[in-house]
Ligand binder design. Structure first.
Ligand code: 2HG
Ligand code: ZN
Length: 446
């Protein structure tokens, strides 16, 4: 407690019981016990924290709502202080004329999306944790979600960020317009940086008009490989779904057998959920065109008849991760990506590797949640080999080892081994330049 005694405008936790939860996020990784948790309520607290961290030699670890999937907000080592942004002040303000929204890092993504929607606008990023995660965490991790298929990731919706840098001050990078080209975009460097270059305390987000209609489709198939060329075929023909999700046969069977009421009614051996949100997507010509394009695979296609059914379908998809975790507490879930044109090759390769796994996720953008359900019972060296094989396979097809969850602690070793050495060198040089004392979230990513 001693060094924090004079910290202005902050709540400080040092009680062991209060610190314990900060060793966890929603990944399978466990952090160390932090020295303290600080909840700053203004810039003065951050300035003093940065000064103290340098003087006393402790690390600062940022945390939003703790819903991350890669351990990016977990303390490591013996001298870490968690900076919990949940009390960071600020209001959500929508600017209809600028098609933008300002919000503090502490705002819940749910409230950001609702504030935009209340004025007829849409903020598309929709990670699975969207109802509980904090905006700051989504910015630090460049969160994804089903809508990324059409709308891209968090980074594509950020106009400006306010960030704490190593001088202890908060700096703004970017402006309230999509046009800004005065030099390289430092704000973009901070998004997805997982707090290793500085901490994001607020942002100006880009909005777009709220979609006025949705078509949500259930596409059950007998042979699940029949789904794999559909994302590419649809996109190639000008049908860009706002979401294209899937469950492989094993995940679907488990959901049907043990999931909630809505899951028990799901059809097919494997199943895709497609959603379109452009103007005209509920019209007959649109659906007829889609059916023509899909051909025989569309035999069992079901259109959600109303908003209630649509919400029921999404509720099942949204609970799949937690559902599988509850049934297989020691599972390891990955989030690799391959270009959608190579999905078939990916699954052929996965079968050839013999990695026991089940998959679901964002088929439309090639971001697959490959789950190793037996990870807890697998010998650690073998598990590591299986994961490295999985990452190598994805990369050999032009993909990557993480599509949306980030690197954090969970994938750091693999990231260092598998990345282009030039990339690691450049990232380390940036780290040295922006954080010469190494106080910002050390030991993460690089
Ligand atoms: C999802 O799409 C989330 O459901 C979580 O990204 C996936 O648990 C997972 O791996
Ligand atoms: Zn996901």
């Amino acid at each position: 407690m001693a060094p924090f005694r004079n910290l202005p405008d902050a709540t400080i936790l040092t009680d062991r019981d209060a610190l314990e939860p900060y060793r966890h996020d929603e990944s399978h990784v466990l952090g160390t016990l932090p020295l303290a948790v600080v909840r700053p309520r203004g810039p003065a607290a951050l300035k003093e924290l940065v000064r103290l961290a340098k003087a006393e030699g402790f690390a600062l670890v940022p945390r939003g709502a703790g819903t991350g999937k890669a351990g990016g907000c977990l303390p490591t080592g013996q001298r870490a202080v968690v900076v919990d942004f949940s009390a960071w002040p600020g209001e959500i303000q929508v600017s209809p004329q600028d098609l933008s929204l300002r919000a503090p890092a502490s705002a819940l993504l749910r409230d950001v999306k609702a504030a935009a929607a209340a004025q007829g606008f849409f903020y598309p990023p929709d990670p699975n944790s969207w109802e509980s995660c904090a905006l700051g965490g989504t910015l630090a991790t460049n969160a994804g979600g089903p809508n990324a298929c059409k709308y891209g990731m968090t980074r594509h919706w950020v106009l400006a960020v306010d960030a704490l840098l190593e001088d202890g001050e908060i700096h703004r990078f970017g402006i309230s317009s999509v046009k800004a080209n005065a030099g390289p975009a430092l704000g973009q460097l901070l998004i997805g940086s997982e707090g290793i270059f500085g901490f994001i305390v607020g942002a100006t987000l880009r909005l777009t008009p709220l979609p006025r209609e949705y078509t949500t489709l259930l596409l059950p198939v007998k042979h699940w490989q029949d789904l794999l060329d559909l994302p590419g075929r649809l996109c190639g023909a000008g049908y860009l779904p706002s979401a294209f999700e899937f469950f492989d046969p094993a995940v679907l069977a488990e959901l049907r057998a043990h999931g909630p009421e809505e899951a028990r009614r799901l059809p097919g051996e494997a199943l895709a959920i497609l959603e379109f949100d452009e103007r005209g997507c509920t019209s007959e010509p649109f659906l007829e065109g889609l059916l023509d394009l899909l051909g025989p695979v569309a035999e069992g296609l079901e259109v959600a008849s109303d908003e209630r059914q649509r919400q029921g379908i999404w509720a099942v998809r949204r609970m799949t991760s937690a559902f599988l975790k509850e049934r297989h507490p020691k599972k390891v879930s990955e989030d690799i990506v391959v270009p959608r044109s190579r999905l078939g090759e990916f699954f052929t390769g996965l079968e050839r590797l013999g990695i026991p796994s089940v998959s679901y996720g964002h088929l439309g953008d090639g971001n697959l949640h490959v789950n190793l359900l037996a990870a807890g019972e697998t010998e650690p060296a073998l598990l590591e080999r299986q994961l490295m094989d999985l990452f190598r396979l994805s990369m050999s097809l032009g993909g990557t080892l993480s599509g949306e969850h980030g690197i954090g602690l969970a994938k750091r070793e693999a990231f260092l081994v598998l990345s282009d050495p030039g990339q690691i060198h450049a990232l380390r040089a940036l780290k040295q330049a922006l954080d010469p004392c190494g106080i910002f979230n050390p030991g993460k990513v690089i």
